[in-house]
Design a protein around this ligand. Structure first.
Ligand SMILES: [Zn+2]
Ligand SMILES: [Zn+2]
Length: 238
């Protein structure tokens, strides 16, 4: 009772913000506004069976990236299309100090992929790490926050220090494709070797070409992990 009163009072003083538009949630008690919920774009079938990106044609199985590249991850799934709505949401989450959005993201991931996570049965959730200097600047790793919330709800432990960035990589968005591949080769190293894992589920916020996840998966495999899957919050349309 006291807890309920307190949370009611807190919600009155600091009304919960919608993790999509950033406004006060209407109606109260929802995890995001109803109007935002209706506008969220989920990745729907057909999607690439390997990386989870949406496909143009129903009869395709894999996207052009996955057909061309030798993927080091087993497969992955993505929840949202990275449209204007999601880009605003993720921007506030990453740069606007809205760490609390992680719980909404985790709920959405589970709504979509709880069954798949159970099937995969990972030994650990591993967030894609930031480089140390970027981590210091931002104060938190957005992927780690999502993984922690997912862990709370799924019971799968999270190992935030399992992977580390090996060297400072240039921002991927400034590079062409060939440079990206090079940039990410050896981008990760193992942060600890006191755990032995068979199956890992990588967590990240934005999927672009999959090179980052490939690189992380390659590093994990070299250290003896046998299966590497991923769940990413959002990806561009195609
Ligand atoms: Zn909203
Ligand atoms: Zn693909």
């Amino acid at each position: 009772m006291a807890v309920k009163l307190l949370s009611g009072l807190l919600n009155f003083i600091y009304p919960a913000r919608c993790p999509v538009c950033g406004d006060i949630i209407v109606p109260q008690g929802e995890s995001c506004c109803l109007s935002c919920r209706g506008r969220l774009k989920y990745v729907e079938e057909p999607y690439c069976l390997k990386c989870g990106k949406p496909l143009a044609k129903e009869d395709e199985e894999f996207c052009s990236d996955c057909l061309r590249k030798n993927r080091l991850f087993d497969y992955g799934r993505v929840v949202f299309i990275y449209d204007e709505l999601m880009s605003k949401s993720i921007y506030s989450f990453k740069y606007g100090g809205r760490q609390e959005y992680a719980s909404f993201y985790a709920e959405e991931i589970l709504k979509r992929y709880e069954r798949q996570i159970k099937e995969i049965s990972p030994d650990a959730l591993v967030p894609i790490p930031l480089h140390k200097s970027r981590y210091r600047k931002r104060g938190y790793n957005q992927a780690e926050l999502i993984a922690a919330e997912l862990s709370k709800r799924s019971g799968v432990p999270v190992l935030p220090r399992l992977l580390e960035r090996a060297k400072k990589t240039r921002p991927q968005k400034d590079l062409n494709e060939a440079e990206r591949e090079n940039n990410l080769k050896r981008a990760f190293k193992m942060g600890r070797n006191d755990v032995s894992l068979e199956t890992v589920l990588l967590i990240d916020d934005i999927y672009t070409t999959g090179s980052t996840l490939d690189s992380a998966a390659g590093c994990l495999r070299e250290s003896g992990v046998q299966r590497v899957y991923f769940i990413v919050l959002s990806t561009s349309q195609r």
